[in-house]
Design a binder for this molecule. Sequence first.
Ligand SMILES: Cc1ncc(COP(=O)(O)O)c(C=O)c1O
Length: 402
Amino acid sequence: MMTVGPRLALEGGTPVRKTLLPYGHQSIDEDDIAAVVEVLRSEWLTTGPKVVEFEEAFAHFVGAKHAVAVSNGTAALHAAMFAAGIGPGDEVLVPTMTFAASANCVVYHGGTPVFIDVDPKTLLLDPAQAEAKITSRTKAVVAVDYAGHSCDYDSLRTIADLYGLTLVDDACHAIGGSYKGRPMGSLADLNTFSFHPVKHLTTGEGGMITTGNTRLAQGMRIFRNHGIDMDTHQRPQRGGGFYEMIELGYNYRLTDFQCALGLSQLQKLPEFVRRRQAIATHYNAAFVDMPAVKPLAVSPHVSHAYHLYVVQFDLDQLAASRERIFMALRAEGIGVNVHYIPVHLHPFYRQRFGTGPGLCPVAEGAYEQIISLPIFPRMTESDVEDVIAAVRKVIKTYEKGF
Ligand SMILES: Cc1ncc(COP(=O)(O)O)c(C=O)c1O
């Protein structure tokens, strides 16, 4: 290895940026603020009209019959597993390359997540490997649209129907994307979303489940409201403040001012997604002449929502580990991240379910090579150029053969 060009900031050189560019960031404008303030001045701060309005607008946006708003994406997954009837002894297939919540929701109900390895080019759930792990106890599959790229829902639907499984789409990365022209949120029996600030649209914290099944939607509305069988609007009709708790539920409600923010953000969502796609196109073009930097593959029948822009560093071509490259990019002022450590490697899963290295070799190998580069709508062209310059600088430093 020989250092060419400017010295890395990590080794005392001048960084590409003086301030850290985050990997994700919300885009809030004056319309969003006005929408929230209007609700704060109104009668209903929670369980009011904005919740219904947001649910209806969201359902319409994704082409689903029902949308149920909840307090975050994890609550959405918890409610989805409730709707799927998961309980002790049940197995649920979950790709290991995801955020822990995709698997934790199974454990909340006493079920067992069965970790599935991923496709090496996209890091998405591999339907063939999922099918191979089905047993008589398998009840559902949680497909994760990792980074914003849709899973293969035609194959997954065939498998789910063949074995009588509930198909759940953890679409927390993928709102605004589509599969064969069908929007994310309309593809699985239950589809879950997160509105955390780094996601495509934000309500601070927030989540949603979409479904075409009226009975399941009703069940999840009860689940998010302590398991009580009717909301405050229906109670007066039954008289005497009467209500009954018919399930063990939770308080997973989303407030009206959060829903007002969600409604305002939803109007800008197509523009947000277009901007993310434009940044990804810019990155793709820049990395063509950097063979050690390999963006994840994109299927032609998918419109990628680009929650994340993930690259794999070809460590055979570089005299540095992923950790070293990560630290070097951070020192250059680029807020890179790693999505994700495979879930089956977390200590909790190792201890509780006996998982560990060797279970999902593709995901484990990918974990050693992946880095998520900054991508969010408010990034300027000059921010994008900074990221590319920093990657080029780090690669040039560590490239073997120079
Ligand atoms: C794939 C995936 N599922 C679920 C969640 C949980 O969403 P939340 O943070 O809103 O609870 C996240 C959050 O990052 C996620 O990335």
